[in-house]
Design a binder for this molecule. Structure first.
Ligand code: NAI
Length: 300
């Protein structure tokens, strides 16, 4: 049985939707949970303490331990306050779930740069800021679990979401690098790309499917990544509507051309079919592994 006794968790954006579901599940299995939510609208405007407070009351009513925090993850100071609240009230931080998010969708031509920046700030920098405050503590104690939130919009692209997609894919790049730094300290970092009928899903997913796309179906994947039992790091899982699948960046076998010979754009065009053939594609644990295969090939 996966349990979280003696573990302290921070879940950002946990006042409603997916974050609420994660906070309730972690708390029901023994974690002390900091329920962070600044309680704004879907576009990130406004503020309210009610959503976080309500989730804390729900957790307490069920016999769990929780604390509400209303800080804004998109400011370095706000993000730091969330982690400080965990330490002050519960003594440490073991688990960080970066879930807070907003939308400001528009086609790229119509999108104001301020909307671009705000979305990057909440999703990508919000994830960096909380990790920046939590990671040194996890490193020192030799234990930590971080779960970040991506999206199929970032993985595969979506019309009108250049800001959101860039932020979400940035989070994956951040995880890929930070996992290397966490490995020797037993800090595991994974990413979930959810699909859920929350307010963010309204108007995107057809009404008749909203009920089946339950946030509670995503939460078990997140809880596993938060657990001591989690053996993986640097993984991406897509979770929604009962579907769970691993997503990976892969590289085709490609071609090897003699590096002492000339290679022209026409030759690239001619070889493109072969270069892009994904049969036998491989993946790499980190950038060094990938570089080594190139260098090994060059050294014969
Ligand atoms: P939601 O809109 O229901 O909940 C997001 C929560 O984050 C809200 O309570 C909001 O107040 C909070 N929040 C926003 N900005 C904040 C900030 N600066 N500081 C603190 N809290 C803040 O959205 P939902 O669906 O629960 O989304 C959760 C995460 O999952 C987001 O990162 C979202 O991008 C991601 N996601 C959701 C999908 C879905 O199908 N619902 C699809 C793909 C990704």
């Amino acid at each position: 049985m996966i349990r979280f006794e003696e573990r302290v968790a921070v879940v950002t954006g946990a006042g409603v939707g997916l974050g609420r579901s994660y906070a309730l599940l972690l708390a029901s299995r023994g974690a002390k949970v900091v329920v962070n939510d600044m309680g704004g609208a879907l576009n990130g405007t406004g503020q309210s303490s009610a959503p976080a407070q309500q989730v804390v009351e729900e957790i307490k009513a069920a016999g769990g331990e929780a604390l509400a925090n209303y800080d804004d993850v998109s400011s370095a100071e706000g993000a730091q306050n969330i982690i400080v609240d965990a330490i002050k009230n519960f003594g440490t931080i073991d688990i960080l779930v970066n879930n807070a998010g907003i939308l400001r969708d528009k086609s790229f031509v119509k999108m104001d740069l301020s909307d671009y920046e705000k979305v990057i700030r909440v999703h990508l920098l919000g994830t960096v800021f909380t990790a920046k405050a939590a990671f040194p503590i996890m490193r020192e104690k030799g234990y930590g679990r971080i779960v970040n939130t991506a999206s199929s919009a970032g993985l595969y692209g979506n019309f009108g979401q250049t800001n959101y997609s860039a932020a979400k894919m940035g989070i994956i790049g951040f995880m890929n690098a930070l996992k290397e730094e966490g490995k020797k300290y037993n800090i595991r970092i994974n990413t979930v790309a959810p699909i859920a009928g929350t307010r963010m899903g309204e108007g995107i997913y057809p009404d008749k499917y909203m009920k089946l796309l339950k946030a509670d179906l995503v939460a078990p994947a997140v809880a596993y990544f938060c657990s001591e039992e989690c053996t993986t790091t640097g993984e991406i899982v897509l979770a929604g509507g009962g579907h769970y699948a691993k997503v990976q960046v892969v590289e085709s076998k490609g071609i090897w051309n003699d590096p002492t010979e000339e290679f022209t754009p026409e030759m690239f065009a001619e070889k493109w079919g072969e270069i892009a053939n994904m049969k036998g594609a491989v993946t790499f644990g980190n950038a060094t592994e990938e570089l080594m295969t190139v260098l090994q090939h060059l050294s014969g």
